[in-house]
Ligand binder design. Structure first.
Ligand code: P1T
Length: 389
């Protein structure tokens, strides 16, 4: 299937990369087999069989996933890694050298900030964090040695958006690579490469896998030079997704469109319910008219996703009591699975971000993040009602 763009999203999610093998010896499987072999034999020294040599470099099951991922993001190339952070590390190793500078959104997943600050920042590159809600802040932070701009849109956990098209004009003007973490919306609702980004990264642990049973990361690009750099580092660093995890991810992706619609429908209903609740100070969800960037969300994305955050009245202890009373919402980190998850960023996902920085960007002690699942929404609201009560 050379031109995959002629198909709709779900057709691609189901078929691309998993075309039945009708060649001689092929068995016509409609689901790609899990190729566990770590190495591939050849008959002639100079001719690897069908291009396969060693599974770290290329594996048929992972390759099927990488082909599907690329198609879903409208890119030519996809990569599957063993976690979102492994994907991010490989991007940074591929594209940033000692002495370089990067500009990053100041509201990012705590683990991404830890990776940038503690793992790379100390000895490899310099970083400036900016509020990328305003593209001007990004442009003003660019220096002569800036090589990369790193965005999440929407951000984790404050659901701030960046205008990807506007920022891509700036990065293109300066010859800088624009990386967008698209974890929160998935390619079903947002395609950053179409908006001008150069690299898209996901924690595929979240919506792409969709069932909270497989850790993974993915990277998609359209540019061949970027593809070659990342491919070289994917193989050289070796943090690749296993064949079994590739299979689980492929299985999850097939229902991505159905799941995202339901996540979004439930999230909007819950956001509207919470907005009216007297114990709730504010609700942050890009699908609400009250979100300061609702207009940008409507213009830039095909949907608002299934994550929302809200602040409750009281102290961190009141927030803990509320969270511990819930019965259907699992009190857990992560997001994007079929089951609803809830957490307290200040004490959980973003505890590695200092209090000072949390306060500066708006992560208060009673800010609660919800990953709305695909259960019956009345049951979810009843659970919130009893716990808030
Ligand atoms: O957990 P891992 O698959 O390594 O992905 C890291 C990551 C990257 N980008 C974003 C936007 C993320 O949200 C994450 C992981 N986030 C959580 C575990 C969390 O609960 O927010």
């Amino acid at each position: 299937m050379a031109n995959t763009k002629k198909y709709g999203f779900s057709t691609r999610a189901i078929h691309i990369g998993e075309e039945p093998d009708f060649r001689e010896g092929g068995t016509g499987d409609v689901v790609i087999p899990i190729h566990l072999s770590t190495t591939f034999a050849r008959k002639k020294v100079d001719e690897p069989t069908a291009g396969y040599e060693y599974t770290r470099s290329l594996n048929p099951t992972r390759n099927a996933l990488e082909t599907k991922l690329a198609s879903l993001e409208n890119g030519r190339y996809g990569f599957a890694f063993s976690s979102g952070l492994a994907a991010e590390s490989t991007i940074l190793l591929s594209l940033v050298k000692p002495g370089d500078h990067i500009v990053a959104f100041d509201d990012l997943y705590g683990g991404t900030k830890r990776l940038i600050n503690q793992v790379f920042g100390n000895f490899v590159f310099e970083v400036s964090y900016v509020n990328a809600v305003d593209p001007k802040n990004v442009e003003e932070a660019i220096k002569e040695n800036t090589k990369l701009v790193w965005l999440e849109s929407p951000t984790n956990p404050l659901l701030k958006l960046s205008d990807i098209t506007a920022i891509s004009r700036i990065t293109q003007k300066h010859g800088i690579v624009l990386v967008v973490d698209n974890t929160f919306l998935s390619p079903y609702f947002q395609k950053p490469l179409d908006l001008g980004a150069d690299v898209v990264v996901h924690s595929s642990t979240k919506y792409i896998g969709g069932h909270s049973d497989v850790l993974g990361g993915s990277v998609m690009v359209d540019n061949e030079e970027l593809f070659k750099k990342i491919q070289y580092h994917q193989n050289s660093v070796g943090a690749v997704l296993s064949p079994f995890d590739s299979y689980l991810t492929l299985r999850g992706i097939k229902t991505l469109a159905l799941r995202m619609e339901r996540h979004q429908g439930n999230a909007l209903t819950i956001a509207r319910y919470l907005e009216k609740h007297p114990k709730v100070i504010r609700v942050i969800y890009p699908g609400l008219e009250s979100h300061p960037q609702h207009a940008l969300a409507k213009a830039q994305t095909a949907g608002f996703g299934g994550v929302l955050s809200f602040e409750i009245v009281g102290t961190i202890d009141d927030a803990k009591v509320f969270l511990e009373k819930l019965q259907l919402f699992a009190l857990a980190e992560s997001l994007g699975g079929v089951e609803s998850l809830i957490e307290l960023p200040a004490a959980m996902t973003h505890s590695s971000v200092s209090r000072e920085v949390r306060e500066k960007i708006g992560i208060s002690d009673t800010l609660v993040r919800v990953s709305v699942g695909i259960e019956d929404v009345e049951d979810l609201i009843a659970d919130l009602e009893q716990a808030l009560g």
